[in-house]
Design a protein around this ligand. Structure first.
Ligand code: NI
Length: 135
């Protein structure tokens, strides 16, 4: 029997989507408002799912406090109120699209959570636009 626990988190961050070598006009055409050369922000909403089996000794799948602390250390502290292009190394050469941010979050969590768990990352860039990445 497998089940999934979820933890929600939130961060605000700035970004710019663009392709080096394209004109501002071409970037605007492809990336829309997100290509603003002066950057802009989003209120990102994150849902992390951890799947596995319940530990019969504790009744926990995993301790929520531990999950909360890992999300804080790996995602909220490094991303919140940051410029993702300039301040997060993973996005220096990778467009910080909601897709790529979700993958980066998953990779960070994968390094911190035991291999016995499956991880799901749901990331909202706006209330209506979100992605799910399961590795
Ligand atoms: Ni944007």
């Amino acid at each position: 029997m497998s089940l999934t626990v979820y933890r929600k988190a939130h961060f605000n961050a700035a970004h710019r989507l663009y392709k080096e070598g394209w004109s501002d006009e071409k970037n605007l055409e492809v990336f829309g408002k997100c290509s603003n050369p002066k950057y802009h922000g989003h209120n990102y909403e994150l849902e992390v799912g951890v799947s596995g089996v319940i530990d019969p000794e504790t009744g926990f799948l995993m301790d929520f406090k531990i999950l909360k602390d890992i999300i804080k250390e790996e995602i909220e502290d490094p991303f919140d109120h940051k410029n993702l292009n300039l301040e997060v190394a993973a996005f220096q050469n990778v467009n910080p699209t909601v897709e790529n941010i979700a993958i980066e979050i998953w990779n960070r969590l994968r390094k911190r959570l035991h291999a016995k768990y499956d991880i799901s990352v749901k990331l909202y860039e706006t209330p209506r636009n979100f992605v799910v990445y399961n590795g």
